[in-house]
Design a protein around this ligand. Sequence first.
Ligand code: ZN
Length: 126
Amino acid sequence: MSASIKPEEVASYRRLLEGLSDRLRGNVDRMTDEALGRGDDQSNLSNVPLHMADVGTENFDQEFTLGLIQNEQETLRMIDAALDRVDAGGYGACQECGGPIAKARLQALPYTPHCIECARKLENPA
Ligand SMILES: [Zn+2]
């Protein structure tokens, strides 16, 4: 089953995912450095840790920041998996039911593997 998503849209989601991945990796590295006592305290005061203007919409940044707080490594894993689906041609299709993932959901969570219906089912099994 092919998702109803245009190649040029997939290309823009790929750029979004790659930007996210770079940003998240940088953030994870920084936090790891701080945890290990290698952080540069002076730069922490003046630098904004995330460059919010780089990628996406305000909604997207809100969702992404929540994702950051929840689990950086898990999010990175999901981004990598989403990039694999971009390469394999399956991006935008739900990994559970095979149906298309709504564009609004992809814009908020470009690395999500599931449509909203399946995500709800997986989060709250009946
Ligand atoms: Zn689904």
